[in-house]
Design a protein around this ligand. Structure first.
Ligand code: AMP
Length: 126
């Protein structure tokens, strides 16, 4: 897939919007008023979860600018909750959010990747 331009307006035909509307399946691990978390379809670690806000936000940039305080608090707490519920605090985990072209963000709906289940190595490929 091509990386997306994070300055474009929200397009509600994206895959995660369709998952939120129930049009596509997901392997759900958490849901609350503001957030949904599910397994990545192409895992890059033994455990690879995506956490998304339910609102229509293209990226971290969009969410941090337009999200309400309640949505932002709910989402940030959900990311932590998912990791705690999965027992990941002691072994540790990595969070990552791609924003736009240089990061190779592919889906234009904010998602935080949660990687865990093995030693994750250096942050960027060397
Ligand atoms: P990014 O490059 O940060 O936009 O990451 C997009 C992620 O979405 C990739 O890790 C994909 O494997 C994942 N993905 C794409 N389609 C689906 C899907 N239908 N269900 C779960 N994960 C998906």
């Amino acid at each position: 897939m091509m990386p997306i331009d994070a300055t474009l307006p929200y397009d509600d035909s994206n895959i995660f919007a369709r998952i939120l509307r129930g049009e596509l399946p997901c392997k759900k691990v958490h849901e609350d008023a503001f957030s949904l978390a599910f397994h990545d379809i192409n895992p890059q670690a033994p455990l690879h979860i995506l956490v998304i806000p339910k609102g229509p936000y293209v990226s971290w940039d969009d969410f941090s600018e337009r999200g309400s305080d309640a949505e932002i608090a709910g989402f940030v707490r959900a990311v932590g909750q998912v990791a705690r519920d999965l027992g990941l605090v002691a072994p540790g985990y990595r969070l990552l959010a791609n924003v736009g072209l240089d990061s190779h963000q592919e889906i234009p709906h904010l998602h935080v990747h949660l990687f865990a289940g093995q030693k994750l190595g250096p942050m960027l490929a060397r």
